[in-house]
Write a protein of this length. Structure first.
Length: 187
């Protein structure tokens, strides 16, 4: 009788150990990597300006690049205003310059991002439905106005669901951007 119980228990344990590696909601997955030192930026003034050449959106025709740039700038302005900074023109000698870049995986690989940005979070796309979700990358870079290279940068990767409304995607983006810019000190 004991042998039957042990056999039944062993069978149940074997059946119970089966698993399937799927991703139900890749939208909850993000990775982020940061590099640099924000103390290299003068905090004597609480001003910033847009970097004159770091404002790229690399995406296909599913994305209105002008609208995305406008939204990114508005979202960055919101975060910086909440931190006590004021955006000024380049001619006003800002304390820092802010640049940004966005790319969809179909248009720019992780290898290309590494080559251009010098870092990559490496979000895995394993077991993700590529017909529904696409990996996207967002870079925010802070420059000392007197230096060519950024003094600080953050790169995040997550998944975009093009079946969501533009408003839902923008809301998720705003939350991500706020997390990305947490390290920038208050003015």
């Amino acid at each position: 009788m004991m042998k039957r119980y042990l056999a039944a228990a062993a069978l149940m344990m074997t059946v119970g150990c089966a698993s399937q590696d799927t991703v139900d909601n890749p939208l909850s997955r993000t990775t982020m990597v940061t590099s640099g030192d924000l103390s290299m930026v003068s905090h004597q003034k609480n001003t910033y300006a847009w970097h004159p050449s770091v404002d790229n959106v690399v995406a296909d025709d599913r994305i209105d690049q002008a609208a995305v740039k406008a939204h990114v700038q508005q979202a960055i302005d919101q975060v910086m205003t909440e931190k006590g900074y004021q955006r000024v023109g380049l001619s006003s000698s800002p304390a820092m310059l802010i640049g940004y870049g966005l790319a969809l995986e179909a248009e720019m690989s992780d290898a290309e991002i590494m080559k251009r940005a010098g870092l990559v979070p490496g979000l895995s796309t394993k077991n993700v439905d590529h017909d529904k979700y696409e990996k996207g990358s967002v870079l925010i870079a802070v420059f000392n106005p007197n230096q060519i290279q950024p003094v600080w940068r953050v790169l995040a990767q997550g998944f975009t669901d093009f079946e969501q409304s533009a408003k839902q995607r923008q809301s998720r983006f705003d939350i991500l951007l706020d997390k990305m810019m947490k390290a920038i000190p208050k003015a």
